[in-house]
Write a protein that binds this ligand. Structure first.
Ligand code: SF4
Length: 183
């Protein structure tokens, strides 16, 4: 089965790629599409890290660059639930659309590994997009791989200090957060 994996970042994807690449029944490819990552310096770091990881695993990688700053700034500055729902839906919709266009049978996302994201909502939206594009949403509770992914990434891939968007940057109190000027 040809499976397209939406990749949010290398630390979230690496243990999933490691696992799925070894499953003979799957033909895996990656897709980096994350217009939620602000600013461009942060986006560039995460994207380069994903490219590095994909190369290391010999994983074919598709990429779509899109700057979502204006959307987040103008339309998603309300409550967090609306913002994150839109963020997941946007990325899953485009992943499913591309999977359909390129002849994949199924798609999934590395967002399913994170204990910090709304796992059930991601699953629900993935299934909704699968229906919309008449594809299979490959669901697995990847959260058990989260720690392994962090261990595999330490010292190797860029480890971000905030979720991605300008609001999550402002909300993060990580002591090693990079200094960006966002208005
Ligand atoms: S907090 Fe994370 S999931 Fe929510 S909108 Fe921002 S980047 Fe997307």
């Amino acid at each position: 089965m040809r499976l397209l994996l939406h990749i949010c970042c290398a630390p979230c994807a690496v243990a999933i790629v490691d696992k799925l690449k070894n499953q003979a029944e799957l033909s895996l490819e990656g897709f980096f599409y994350n217009p939620n990552i602000h600013p461009i310096q942060e986006y560039t770091l995460r994207k380069a890290s994903v490219e590095d990881m994909a190369q290391g695993f010999n994983l074919p990688l598709l990429t779509k660059n899109e700057d979502g700053m204006a959307l987040w700034k103008e339309k998603l500055n309300g409550d967090k639930a609306l913002r994150c729902n839109t963020c997941y839906a946007l990325r899953l919709d485009e992943t499913a659309r591309l999977a359909k266009e390129k002849g994949f049978e199924a798609f999934t996302t590395s967002l399913l590994i994170s204990p910090y994201q709304d796992h059930d909502l991601i699953r629900t939206l993935g299934e909704k997009m699968a229906q919309k594009y008449q594809l299979k949403f490959y669901y697995e509770d990847f959260r058990e791989l989260y720690r392994k992914g962090r261990e595999m990434s330490r010292g190797k891939y860029y480890m971000q200090k905030f979720c991605g968007c300008m609001y999550s940057y402002a909300e993060s109190d990580h002591p090693k957060k990079p200094i960006y000027l966002l208005d």
